[in-house]
Write a protein that binds this ligand. Structure first.
Ligand code: ZN
Length: 74
């Protein structure tokens, strides 16, 4: 593992400390993408007066897109 891979903030995420790959917020809509273990996570969160709606999708990936570290090797 290279130093870049060892210190990559994106693929060593825990529930307590998460660094998002992409995060975009509007007043009533938030979209976030992050890496968790060996999965790419994508979540959209929509807030309305009557309804809060969260949609989360998970896709298994084999390498971190930022540092190239193999994720299913842990
Ligand atoms: Zn990484």
């Amino acid at each position: 593992m290279t130093n870049e891979q060892k210190n990559c903030p994106y693929c060593h995420n825990t529930a307590m400390s998460r660094v998002d790959l992409i995060s975009d917020s509007l007043p009533d809509n938030t979209c976030t993408v992050w890496i968790y273990q060996n999965s790419l996570m994508a979540q959209s969160f929509y807030t309305d007066v009557d309804l809060d709606y969260t949609s989360t999708k998970r896709q298994t990936i084999h390498y971190c897109p930022m540092c190239g570290r193999q994720l299913d090797d842990e």
